[in-house]
Write a protein that binds this ligand. Structure first.
Ligand code: UTP
Ligand code: MN
Length: 500
């Protein structure tokens, strides 16, 4: 029974509520669409509660459409409620929160939708499938990112953003275990085609430990994590985050500057004892531009520029977009390309040629070229995160707005006709192309798990150069990424499914 002074049961009125002149209530909570189940509640009470919620800025739908996010019921008999819901069969039912009236009364009392807790949820106790359809077991989620398909659509951003802050904070303190644990947990949640709406839903997921679950629970309950908020306001974290956002400044340098008492860019630039290397100088010089995301259209424009630069001299050169843009991300922090040629050895001259041409065009703002140190006889490499040995260059290029379809992705009020963009080029020999492409497509977490999977499950070593079978004591050849997945006994995962 339901007794509270805030939401009293209405007495029978002579005039049905529906006949009231509808008032236009101001909508305060765009993302929440309620549906009140009439069964058990009764028509007049439903109508009263509907008006009450609308007067407090909630959207209440009259019918159970796919727009509904929160279904509220006074029917505590889960089985009969769920039977009815499934008969109504809205397509989006799996994503709806099915809640007890206590969530509604709490929300009315607070004047806002309160965070959903497990006690509010009315769990589905029915068998999931009708008898005549074949039983399909709930697909279990693999603990390896390379066995999951992860698109750019993240249904659990609220949790994964929080985990990323925690992981980074551990990284700044060089505490590797928990850092990796939070990155793995974030990656698992990113792969889910549904949003986690109560802790029970995470029960069968891999890589979620006690700490991660506590954070999830806090967010479910309060809409935020106090632990994360504490980190975000922590001076050390904020300073290291700021310093490492500069091109050429890593955690070590940031830490050194922090220990010296430096807290801002002006502190650094005003300190005569600080020596900035060439990369860092460019990092500060172009900070505004290169800390701003690069758009897909800008990435395409850069591809045209590099394409032109390389093909003038080497008509048979191969140029491929890699990194986040190959995974079909809309925005990135830089643009990554692989460039090579079919003739082995000739790829070594490609980058200097491209760099020269960009310089002549007046668009090379910064260039750090590293010649190849690749030596097949030094393989296989046992270190996971080791940089590869291919020739590569880290560039900052000047991109003209006129070259970008739809214009530059620029700060508001910036009227310059150009912007600076970070570009990475890597140039492996053609017989290493598939490994380099797989390694540079990312994501970082996908790569980590590919290597871990190879090592742990297959006794193989994988890096950007090669795949080595420790049992057979031999290298496995590959001309395409598909060959590598096949050697590893993995289903092929498309680049756009590697956003782990
Ligand atoms: P990025 O750091 O460019 O990341 O590395 P991203 O996925 O493109 O995302 P953005 O740029 O932040 O939007 C791309 C991939 O290249 C590998 C990384 O491991 C990552 O998977 N990489 C990068 C290397 O293998 N070696 C390097 O020297 C640099
Ligand atoms: Mn990138």
């Amino acid at each position: 029974m339901f007794h509270t002074p805030i939401v009293p049961r209405v007495r029978k009125r002579s005039k049905p509520a529906e006949a009231d002149v509808p008032r236009r209530d101001e909508v305060k909570f765009e993302d929440v669409r309620l549906y009140l189940v009439e069964r058990k509640m009764g028509r007049s009470r439903r109508s009263f509660l509907t008006q009450l919620a609308r007067s407090k800025g909630f959207i209440v739908e009259d019918i159970l459409s796919d727009e509904v996010t929160h279904v509220v019921s006074e029917d505590s008999q889960a089985s009969s409620l769920w039977k009815w819901l499934k008969e109504c069969a809205p397509k989006n039912l799996p994503n709806m929160l099915v809640l007890d009236i206590s969530w509604f009364t709490d929300s009315m009392r607070e004047g806002r939708p309160v965070a959903v807790e497990t006690r509010h949820c009315i769990q589905d106790t029915l068998p999931t499938l009708p008898e005549d359809s074949p039983p399909t077991p709930v697909a279990s989620v693999s603990p390896y990112a390379c066995q999951r398909r992860t698109t750019t659509e993240n249904n659990n951003k609220i949790f994964t953003d929080a985990f990323e802050v925690l992981a980074e904070s551990y990284e700044f303190n060089e505490i590797e275990g928990p850092c990796l644990a939070f990155r793995r947990a974030a990656s698992v949640l990113k792969s889910l085609p549904w949003a986690v709406q109560c802790l029970g839903a995470t029960q069968d997921l891999p890589c979620l430990g006690e700490h991660t679950k506590a954070v999830i629970e806090e967010i479910l309950q309060y809409g935020r994590s106090f632990e994360v908020e504490k980190i975000l306001s922590d001076e050390r974290y904020r300073t290291l985050k700021l310093f490492t956002s500069v091109f050429g400044v890593g955690p070590k340098t940031s830490e050194k500057w922090y220990r010296r008492g430096l807290r801002s860019f002006s502190d650094i630039l005003a300190d005569p004892s600080i020596h900035l290397n060439r990369m860092q100088q460019s990092g500060f010089l172009h900070y505004g531009d290169i800390s701003r995301a690069v758009s897909k259209a800008e990435a395409r424009a850069l591809k045209n520029i590099i394409d032109e630069a390389v093909h003038v001299i080497t008509p048979d050169a191969i140029l491929a977009l890699t990194g986040g843009f190959r995974r079909e991300k809309e925005f990135g922090h830089d643009v990554d390309f692989i460039v090579t040629t079919p003739e082995l050895g000739k790829e070594e001259s490609l980058l200097p040629i491209i760099i020269n041409r960009l310089k002549k065009q007046g668009i090379l703002l910064y260039s750090d070229y590293q010649a190849s140190t690749f030596d097949m006889s030094k393989l296989p490499c046992h270190r996971f995160e080791a940089m590869d040995h291919f020739a590569k260059c880290f560039l900052i290029l000047r991109l003209e707005g006129s070259q970008v379809e739809g214009g530059l992705h620029r700060a508001e009020g910036d009227s310059r006709g150009w912007r600076a963009v970070r570009v990475d080029l890597v140039s492996p020999p053609m017989d290493r192309y598939a490994f380099a492409l797989l390694g540079w497509t990312g994501s970082r977490q996908f790569e980590r798990d590919l290597r871990r999977f190879a090592q742990v499950e297959r006794r193989m070593l994988l890096d950007n150069h090669a795949l080595y079978d420790k049992t057979k004591k031999e290298f496995l050849a590959a001309t395409t990424e598909k060959d590598i997945f096949a050697h590893l006994g993995l289903e092929y995962i498309e680049p756009w499914q590697r956003n782990a």
